[in-house]
Design a protein around this ligand. Structure first.
Ligand code: TRP
Ligand code: ZN
Length: 860
């Protein structure tokens, strides 16, 4: 008997241009699960309907399934297999296909499909996990109404959840029980979910604006219940915000969230049953940092917002992934901005974009926001699709203005409710609702690469002119590019008064342009790409004095932050190339920021932070990790020494008496640890003692982890004491022990590579849990100086980890590959060592297509 356990064929490329609508639809599906960790039996009943005039069989994707039975309209059928596709011949226009298969959740280490985590059973189907549960046309343009019955041992799995509404439940023989759930909304199979486990719920209610009462439940293991309040508050805030800002209301009577410890991603938006990585649910002041709290609010909101942007309106095919992800990231960013400081949120989002997306866009894995081809779709859940995708939506928001943008969203949801659509459909709705022509804007979806814009002011005879030039760099498969329409928010700052003049939006569409500016003051200073209005790399001829001036007075907070960053970058790059830079202007600008009483602490904290070592490297022709580290540490030391009294003042002022979670208290904590870092960088005698006191006396994780993070970079008795005390206090709490691994993986000490190798042999290290792997190995791979240790041991370590992880969980292994792909950015010696590791990976027999795609493309 043919069987889907047979090996997959050699990796082949899927192309966007090859899209064809499905030959068969599946309007209805009934699933019956006999759940058991070792051996689960899945019976399925599909109602299939022929689409169009053809004689093709029904194609059911099936991966790693043991097929027990296939029948059409109740009779056995001669089906066959082609490369993990079950082909079922059907004669009429419609039929009922029944299948019965066996799977083993316990043996599922990929965490795709139905798997066991911490004693519970849960599913992850996006993008192509449903085929690992039951044979089905596993593509997002096949939408079905689901009825799901689950039977399981009642003692081990007292709670049985699935999408939609619970409709019936009861007892079965042998200590088993069952539950049935129906989801009235047709959905693609990637949104299917079930959970069975011994769980408890934080329950609450939300009444929608039209009066529907929604029962909310956040399901966790018994001991975790008291750490779910922030997630619940975030969920209710998100539900309310989506009604107020986007006019979107929830559509079922039940909304459940389940937290699981082993998860490949952040969370998953399954209809009515979101499944979360526990790190994005569980928090209390003692175990979670402010950053964790913010992450929880953002991800809870993100998954909830998918109910409209993703679920009610879904994707036609996986090339359209940014249709739901870019849009939903934009939505969650706006939500978080409204909940806290808009300026600080924008700074954080841009930092993230620059740290993750810009390097991707500049390297061998660069791809358009709407990719043209892939081998393994899991490799395309990238910063480009998510974060650059969000920037595209933001640019449309900027170009159209908030009212027309909202009208475009309303039209999009209205026009496409219940459909599987494309990025093009989204842009079209924006155009139709606004009357704004977005023909050229579409290039942002199709062209990869971060545009470079040069801007300079020139004072000619007839006034002030802004000269602009743009260039979109070549990327794999796209050697030549067209100019892009770049929305630039621009203003002139008056060098005498510090006031903004002629604030305007320029849509810069051609390779070059000259824009006449009005009302120019005597001493104009250019403020451009304000609020980071476009995701570009900007080059201007502004002097250190201009940047210092802007950092003190620009009325756009992002531009103000950016001026400081640029000043710091220019200074650091000069030091790296010449060995010595003039630290004076940076020190004075930081002094002015620290003493400006009109600024919020959280903003000050962002503004005084030096650009990261990797960001400095990204702006250089060739990355010299040692020289960058030296230059940055030297500037840090000077800032620490010269401004010692101010850091100590800020430190003392930001010492909160008791923990509170609000924007002001968060900002104070952040500034506190950053000040501690500068006091330490100055080499102060009492620095370690001060850090240890912060560590010991902390009543919250931000302060405690912050102090440990400062100590870990030095040599002191306090360092060892803090690491030991932290481990002791939190052993057994996986999410906190992850922090203990990460803090050491990010160490700036010379022995960081050796420490990380030793930690990989720590009894608490495991490849089975993606969070733990990322905490150690993922963090190490972005520690520029340590990872790029000239010996190459960092590269070898990472490649060993990738190969080991690939045997268990290819999706998670593949996410670790990109740092090795940056070899072109380094000197000959390092590049050779990095390439050698990539070659070793590609040559490994039995490699997954996930890792194969990333490693082979990284070599090309
Ligand atoms: N769609 C999810 C989100 O962004 C994430 C997701 C995609 C995912 N693929 C996954 C989660 C695989 C877990 C495993 O909200
Ligand atoms: Zn998402």
């Amino acid at each position: 008997m043919p069987d889907a356990l047979s090996a997959p064929a050699a990796p082949h490329t899927i192309r966007r241009e090859d899209y064809r609508p499905p030959d068969w639809l599946v309007p209805e599906i009934a699933l019956d699960f006999d759940l058991d960790p070792e051996r689960t039996v899945v019976r399925s009943r599909l109602t299939v309907a022929r689409q169009g005039d053809h004689n093709l069989p029904v194609r059911l994707d099936a991966q790693g399934l043991r097929i027990l039975r296939v029948a059409v309209d109740g009779a056995p059928v001669n089906y066959w297999f082609e490369e993990e596709v079950l082909k079922v011949p059907v004669n009429g226009e419609s039929a009922v296909i029944e299948t019965e298969v066996e799977i083993s959740p316990r043996a599922n280490t990929q965490l795709m499909g139905l798997y066991e985590s911490g004693g519970m059973l849960c599913t992850q189907c996006e993008a192509e996990g449903f085929r690992r549960i039951t044979p089905f046309p596993d593509r997002p343009d096949v939408l079905s109404r689901y009825q799901v019955k689950m039977t399981a041992d009642k003692a081990r799995f007292p709670v049985l959840l699935a999408n939609g509404d619970p409709v019936a439940s009861g007892e079965s023989e042998g200590g088993r029980h069952w539950a049935e759930w129906h989801d009235p909304f047709p959905k693609p199979c990637y949104l299917f979910a079930l959970v069975a486990g011994d769980l408890v719920a934080n329950r609450d209610r939300f009444t929608t604006r039209s009066g529907r009462t929604v029962d909310l439940g956040i399901w966790v293991r018994d001991g975790d219940l008291e750490r779910t309040d922030h997630a619940m508050a975030s969920l209710k805030a998100a539900m309310k915000w989506d009604e107020e800002v986007f006019g979107r209301e929830y559509d079922l009577d039940v909304f459940n969230i389940v937290a699981v410890a082993d998860f490949n991603f952040g969370a998953m938006e399954n209809k009515g049953l979101n499944v979360f990585n526990s790190r994005y649910i569980l928090a209390d002041p003692d175990t979670a940092t402010d950053q964790d709290y913010d992450g929880i609010a953002g991800v809870v909101a993100h998954e909830y917002f998918h109910n409209w942007s993703g679920n009610r309106v879904t994707c036609r095919d996986w090339f359209q992934l940014s249709l739901k992800e870019g849009f939903t990231v934009f939505r969650d960013q706006q939500f978080s901005a409204d909940m806290g400081s808009r300026a600080v949120k924008r700074i954080e989002d841009v930092r993230m974009l620059r740290a993750a997306q810009f390097p991707e866009d500049a390297g061998p894995l660069a791809h358009p926001v709407r990719p043209d081809s892939y081998i393994e779709i899991s490799n395309f859940y990238t910063a480009t699709v998510y974060n650059k995708g969000a920037e595209l939506i933001r640019m449309m928001h900027t170009i159209l203005g908030p009212e027309k943008f909202r009208a475009g969203c309303d039209l999009y949801f209205d026009r496409h409710d219940g459909q599987a659509v494309t990025c093009e459909d989204f842009v079209k709705a924006m155009e139709d609702a606004s009357g704004v022509d977005l023909t050229h804007f579409r290039a942002w979806y199709s062209q990869a690469g971060t545009p470079k814009v040069k801007a300079r002011l020139a004072n000619g005879g007839d006034g002030l002119t802004l000269h602009l030039e743009q260039e979109v760099p070549a990327t794999p498969g796209q050697p030549a590019k067209r100019p892009m329409p770049i929305p630039l928010k621009v203003a002139l700052m008056d060098g005498d008064t510090g006031k903004a003049v002629d604030e305007r939006l320029i849509i810069f569409e051609d390779a070059s342009a000259e824009v006449a500016l009005d009302g120019a003051p005597a001493r104009p200073v250019l403020s451009i790409n304000r609020d980071f209005s476009a995701p570009i790399v900007l080059e201007t001829d502004r002097s250190a004095a201009d940047l210092a001036f802007l950092s003190g007075c620009d009325n756009d907070p992002f531009a103000r932050y950016e001026a400081m960053q640029q000043l710091m970058l220019d200074t650091l790059i000069a030091s790296v190339s010449s060995g010595a830079g003039d630290h004076g202007p940076v020190i004075e600008a930081v002094r002015r920021t620290l003493t400006n009483e009109t600024l919020e602490a959280a903003f000050i904290a962002e503004a005084v932070l030096l650009p990261s070592e990797s960001f400095i490297g990204d702006r250089m022709a060739q990355v010299d990790p040692e020289a960058i580290n030296r230059a940055r540490e030297a500037l840090r030391a000077d800032l620490g020494t010269e401004l010692d009294d101010l850091w100590r003042g800020a430190y003392a002022a930001s010492t909160a008496n008791r923990y509170e979670y609000n924007p002001a208290a968060k900002g104070a904590r952040r500034l506190r640890t950053i000040s501690l870092g500068y006091i330490t960088a100055a080499g102060a005698d009492d620095a370690a003692e001060l850090a240890m006191r912060q560590f010991d006396e902390a009543d919250n994780m931000s302060d405690r982890q912050g102090a440990m993070g400062v100590l870990v970079n030095g040599v002191s008795a306090e360092r060892d004491a803090a690491l030991a005390a932290f481990y002791d206090r939190y052993k057994g709490n996986a999410l906190v022990i992850d922090k203990w691994f990460t803090v050491q993986a990010l160490s700036t000490r010379d022995d960081a590579p050796a420490e990380v190798e030793a930690l990989a042999n720590h009894p608490d290290f495991t490849l089975a849990n993606p969070n733990r792997l990322r905490a150690l190995v993922g963090a190490f791979s972005v520690n520029q100086r340590a990872f790029h240790d000239v010996s190459g041991r960092g590269y070898r370590f990472l490649a060993d980890m990738i190969l080991a992880e690939d045997k268990l969980n290819p999706q998670t292994a593949a996410k670790l590959v990109p740092p090795l792909g940056r070899w072109r950015r380094f000197d000959h010696g390092r590049a050779g060592l990095m390439k050698a590791e990539l070659e070793r990976i590609v040559a490994t027999p039995g490699l997954s297509k996930d890792v194969f795609e990333q490693a082979s493309k990284s070599l090309a």
